[in-house]
Design a binder for this molecule. Structure first.
Ligand code: CA
Ligand code: CA
Ligand code: CA
Length: 341
């Protein structure tokens, strides 16, 4: 038995958690072999263990090697890194150029430059594995709300899914994140206009943030997103915000200070970065350095099922997954090089 399978079984037995992300899709209006779920049970994203440049203090006329070490924990996932890209900016992070990295053993190496003296070069690393999960560095460049598109960056991989399985208003096309010093900004884009219901059931648009995540605690699994911080919108009951967990989305209150805007096919929500962190003993700075786990899903929810006399409603009965994305480790950071004479 694989170690990860063992942990899965052990956790299932120990915790008996009900969840939005079932290994077997829940019955209901979306009860088919839904391809929109993609690889959402392969939830161990890659991380970026190391990023360095050579030479360490590049001069003009010198090419710069960017050497990164992305990794997927082989005890938890069979996936491998298949692509690592460097995105660099020489105009103060307004526009970005992509350069692919070449694999050399456990390192991925890209070459940029040379650049003129005094220039500030920013770069960020994005690594993708064979399950479409990624590790992504996202610079803190947001200056307004809703954020400008060029200050937001794709944080997961998804796309247009087969329309026969569910309406386009719950088909996630992209989820982008952005940051400033204090806030995290999310933009979820659907294929059709954001709307209150699918069939008879209200829609729930959700993005899960998890820190600490399964990298620190091996006895967690894909269902850990149920207990993540969740940015969510339920248009049917005008509920929007950043919530402690999935139950609070349905019955509790939002955390922190929320801004939101709905424009056609897109949902924008912002909140404080520090609210992502579930462990008060770990600083927000450490969390930024280590990155947090992220994924998004759209869900049809039976709100009437919550208003029963049961103290804890059975999430399996009231929640039906429509679309879900791949998983990422998101690092709110950017690398900066100043070119010497
Ligand atoms: Ca999908
Ligand atoms: Ca579609
Ligand atoms: Ca989709």
């Amino acid at each position: 038995m694989k170690k990860s399978t063992f942990y899965l079984c052990l956790t299932a037995i120990l915790l008996n958690i009900t969840t939005i992300m079932l290994a077997v899709e829940p019955p209901g209006i979306f009860d088919q072999d839904n391809p929109a779920f993609g690889t959402c049970n392969n939830d161990v994203p890659p991380e970026i263990l190391e990023v360095k440049i050579e030479p360490p203090q590049p001069k003009s006329k010198e090419k710069i090697k960017i050497i990164s070490k992305p990794w997927v924990d082989p005890f938890k996932s069979e996936a491998e890194i298949i692509k690592t890209s460097i995105f660099y900016s020489i105009d103060g992070m307004k526009t970005w150029e992509e350069t692919a990295s070449a694999q050399e053993g456990e390192y991925w190496i890209a070459e940029i430059g040379p650049f003129s003296p005094g220039l500030e070069v920013n770069f960020r690393v994005v690594a993708i594995d064979s399950e479409d999960n990624m590790a992504v560095e996202i610079p803190p460049t947001v200056t307004s709300f809703p954020p400008e598109d060029n200050t937001l960056f794709s944080a997961v991989i998804d796309g247009n899914d087969v329309p026969t399985y569910f309406p386009n208003n719950v088909d996630i096309l992209d989820v982008a994140l952005g940051f400033d010093d204090k806030l995290v900004y999310m933009k979820m884009t659907l294929e059709a206009k954001v709307s209150p219901t699918s069939g008879k059931l209200p829609n729930l648009y959700a993005a899960g943030f998890r820190y600490p995540d399964l990298r620190k605690n091996p006895i967690t699994w894909n269902h850990e997103l149920t207990d993540s911080r969740i940015m969510a919108y339920i248009p049917f009951i005008s509920k929007i915000g950043f919530f402690e967990n999935i139950m609070d989305v349905l019955t509790g209150n939002s955390l922190g200070t929320i801004k939101h805007k709905i424009t056609g096919n897109s949902i924008y929500i912002s909140s404080e970065i520090e609210k992502i962190n579930r462990d008060k003993n770990i600083s927000t700075e450490t969390m930024k350095k280590e990155g947090f786990k992220f994924a998004a899903a759209t869900i049809a929810v039976d709100l009437q099922g919550i208003n029963t006399n049961e103290e804890i409603p059975d999430l399996n009965k009231i929640i039906k997954l429509a679309d879900c994305t791949s998983f990422s480790i998101v690092y709110p950071k950017v690398h900066t090089i100043t070119i010497k004479e």
